[in-house]
Design a protein around this ligand. Structure first.
Ligand code: GLN
Length: 483
């Protein structure tokens, strides 16, 4: 683990990491681990050359006594929908199989500036549409704890690359749960920031009003560190907030005593008792650390799922219009202009992506816009307002991250059934709130996640809770010993 000591300042982290191990050596070790875990299919592209180049440059600088950044020597895995200059970025789609961006996403620039070493691009659901990484053109990523089961998704590759120990930190994106879901399914930490906290410049959009890039790691402080590096305003994304992010690492270690947590009772309905039992136990741990825990009610939770899918599909149908073989994607095919577009889109997109484009176009169509899209937008406003009321009484809300344990690969065939898996996560995105998933133990040797939801820009509160809980449970050691 990178930064498990209490009270570390982020500037002191590189010394801790680099004190004994040389960055080039670290890259070779990571490459070995990636090779060993190849069967899990966590990576789409491994950038051996690029990583070694960065590590060597850093090593030289350290030797010369030069300045190093906050992430110096840390290995980073990046979800494959985040643009990396000169490094293939596929969105796990056949459409972008050979796409090499000519620029870095803002988050990538910031990671490089702080000397993080990007080792590769991770597997995901195609265009981040899915909950299991099964819709990837490159095949599913396997769950770290049971290789016959799904990794969760859509940031499944990032979560598994962490669980295998290949990298210390990873980037995911979360439109309706894609960071929290695989974090829960692989017993790691995943944080979805407030909408506007992290720049989306260079993130290949799925649903722009819901998407956020966020940090994933095996422990809370590494999560906090990565968030600190990527958060903040960006003139290239005008939806970012210009308010300065706090020092999340320092904030995380400031204790959770006195924080008020509301247990969202609707989040526990129709859930296996063993799963809810683990989540209640985890909340009990927080109570022991001095948090005040009470039941809370969120009546509108059940309407979040239909509203989310209408809005997400509407936005994706528009965002994916650019993949026509002319602006982006595709190969050279013969025929008239329209025929070429049709052919490229038919062959380039997978089944789930096409389903969403169709449905999204439908809910936006002249005759149905009022009944579906506009209604969903009103529900979204109501969900936002209800959350705001709850945050008058509570600092954070708690519920499970996922309603079920990781399922077997191929087990869920109905799209609707798959969408239901996002029941616990999508409301957060509709309201633009931050939320974190932390490991809450195991049921039948499979991981369960506790989800904590905060008010806008209250990532620090969530990290304080996560760190207090981690200090009490040492959850990072559970990675090795599920019970
Ligand atoms: N599972 C959800 C969906 O398919 C969320 C995906 C995501 O957060 N990218 O829309």
């Amino acid at each position: 683990m990178v930064c498990v000591r209490t009270g570390v300042g982020i500037d002191s982290l590189p010394e801790q990491v680099l004190g004994s191990v040389d960055p080039v050596e670290r890259v070779y070790r990571a490459l070995e681990k990636i090779e060993e875990a190849k069967g899990l299919n966590a990576f789409i592209t491994v950038d051996k050359e690029g990583a070694l180049r960065s590590a060597e440059e850093l090593k030289r600088r350290i030797r010369m006594g030069g300045k190093t950044g906050r992430l110096a020597g840390l290995l980073v895995a990046v979800k494959d929908n985040i643009s990396t200059k000169g490094l293939r970025t596929t969105c796990a789609s056949r459409m972008l199989e050979n796409y090499v961006p000519v620029y870095d996403a803002t988050v990538i620039e910031r990671i490089r500036r702080e000397d993080g070493i990007i080792i590769g691009k991770t597997n995901m659901d195609e265009f981040a549409m899915g909950s299991s990484t099964e819709t990837s053109f490159f095949g599913p990523t396997k769950n770290f704890f049971d290789h016959s089961r799904v990794s969760g998704g859509s940031s499944g590759g990032s979560a598994v690359s962490l669980a295998t120990g290949a990298v210390e930190i990873a980037l995911g994106s979360d439109t309706g749960g894609s960071i929290r879901n695989p974090a829960a399914f692989n017993s790691i930490v995943g944080l979805k920031p407030t909408y506007g906290r992290v720049s989306r410049y260079g993130l290949i959009a799925y649903a722009s009003s819901l998407d956020q890039i966020g940090p994933m790691a095996r422990d809370t402080l590494s999560t906090a560190l990565l968030l600190k590096v990527i958060a903040g305003g960006d003139p290239r994304d005008l939806t970012t907030s210009t308010r300065d992010p706090p020092d999340y690492v320092e904030e995380a270690t400031s204790g959770a005593k006195g924080l008020r947590i509301g247990i969202v009772k609707e989040g526990f309905m129709n859930i296996d008792e063993k799963i809810s039992g683990k989540v209640y136990d985890a909340i009990g741990v927080l109570e022991k650390t001095g948090c005040l825990v009470e039941e809370a009610s969120f009546h509108f939770l059940k309407y979040a799922l239909p509203a989310y899918y209408i809005i997400a599909m509407a936005e994706c149908s528009s965002n994916l219009a650019r993949f026509d073989g002319i602006r982006y994607g595709g190969r050279s095919v013969e025929g008239k202009w329209e025929e070429r577009v049709v052919k490229i889109r038919t062959e380039g997109f997978g089944e789930e992506v096409k389903r969403r484009i169709f449905l999204g176009t439908f809910v936006l169509s002249a005759g149905y816009k009022e009944d579906f899209y506009m209604k969903a937008c009103r529900v979204r406003r109501k969900i936002h307002d209800d959350f705001k009321l709850l945050f008058k009484d509570f600092n954070a809300l708690a519920m499970p991250t996922m309603p079920v344990l990781p399922w077997r690969i191929g087990e869920i065939v109905s799209p609707l059934e798959m969408y239901m898996m996002d029941f616990e996560t999508v409301a957060v995105n509709l309201a633009g709130l931050p939320a974190v998933s932390v490991p809450a133990g195991f049921v039948n040797s499979l991981p369960v996640g506790l989800q904590l939801i905060g008010n806008h820009f209250e990532e620090a509160t969530l990290l304080r809770l996560a760190y207090a809980y981690e200090s009490e449970t040492r959850f990072t050691s559970w990675l090795r010993s599920p019970t």
